[in-house]
Ligand binder design. Structure first.
Ligand code: PMP
Length: 324
């Protein structure tokens, strides 16, 4: 679909997958005025196809749009775009038994041919799709996470809470640094005091305490408000686990790992669902989480969430929306 400052959103269409035509002066190529979302379509045993809490992604796309001076796509249009793409790509949605899904990537960018710095008067919105296997090649295995002391992903008053391409551009070097240290992922600390956990390059972070509480960084404006994060907080409450959104000071977390006060940690997001963190690495040390394996609470939450998504247990919170 295309939006213009004069006409608003125009009607959308389904096109064959292929290259886009864009002016070399398109605003997005110069100023990064771009936002996106990530969801999955799950096939259930009866063949029907569902997605998980798409209205939450629609609202996040609207918040991202406001922050990046892009037009808001109404929730109904967002849902219609997912339905149209999944209906067209229905054969590509993996079988229910495969534990795989069709990843959906809605994105919106400034397409006006214009070299001045101002919000674009022409904006394009697309959805592409791709079958998704496991996020990490080794499957659900504890992650090794590198704590970067050099790079921040987002700053106060910046775009950290928006899902915009620029945030990921700023995380790439940290991710490369992590890989060079043999880690799977990079952990960013808050950019103001450089002491508290913000998030990984594409996932929110949780800790489980010995006395059965679930801790996760509060939404301070520099981390993404994950759909998975919110859902886990809800499932944890249902299980009677105490939950607390609070600053997680990295040095204290490392001490609590050593003392056994924190027994499990995990990362979560749409792509990886829930993945245990087995070890932290930084300049100056290595810290094992629990026994370095997959914690009981982590795996139980992961199972419950994927069972809801694949329709294997009741959707008691009404989180699923049928697409096809
Ligand atoms: N943080 C970042 C930076 C992300 O890119 C993602 C993935 N969208 C998340 C957290 C997790 O968000 P969600 O659970 O909505 O996928």
């Amino acid at each position: 679909a295309r939006w213009t400052a004069e006409g608003g959103w125009e009607t959308s269409e389904v096109l064959p997958y292929g290259p886009l035509q864009l002016s070399p002066a398109a605003a997005v190529l110069h100023y990064g005025q771009e936002i996106f979302e990530g969801l999955k379509a799950f096939r259930h045993a009866d063949g029907s196809i569902w997605t998980f809490r798409p209205e939450v992604n629609a609202e996040r796309l609207q918040r991202s749009a406001r922050r990046l001076a892009l037009p808001e796509l109404p929730t109904e249009e967002f849902l219609a775009s997912l339905r149209a793409v999944v209906a067209a790509d229905e054969p590509w949605v993996p079988e229910a038994t495969s534990e795989e899904s069709l990843y959906l990537r809605p994105f919106m960018f400034a397409s006006e041919e214009f070299l001045g710095v101002r919000a674009s008067h022409t904006v394009d919105y697309y959805v592409i799709a791709s079958p998704a296997g496991p996020y990490f090649p080794r499957g659900v295995q504890p992650l090794v996470v590198w704590i970067t002391d050099e790079y921040a992903r987002a700053g106060a008053g910046g775009t950290g809470a928006a899902k915009c391409g620029g945030n990921y551009a700023s995380s790439l070097l940290g991710k490369r640094e992590a890989a060079e240290h043999g880690a799977d992922e990079v952990l960013f600390l808050d950019s103001e005091t450089h002491t508290s956990i913000d998030e990984l390059s594409g996932m929110n972070v949780f800790a489980v305490t010995r006395d059965g509480r679930l801790l996760t960084p509060a939404l301070t404006g520099s981390i993404l408000e994950g759909v998975t994060r919110a859902s886990i907080l809800r499932l944890a409450e249902d299980r009677g686990l105490g939950v607390s959104e609070q600053p997680l000071v990295m040095s204290e977390v490392l001490e609590q790992l050593a003392s056994g006060e924190i027994t499990e940690m995990f990362a979560c997001g749409t792509a990886a669902v829930i993945n245990p963190i087995g070890e932290f690495k930084a300049h100056g040390g290595t810290w094992t989480v629990g026994d370095g394996g997959s914690g009981e609470t982590t795996l139980a939450l992961r199972k419950e969430l994927t069972d809801i998504q694949y329709g294997r247990i009741a959707d008691r919170h009404g989180w699923l929306t049928r697409l096809v």
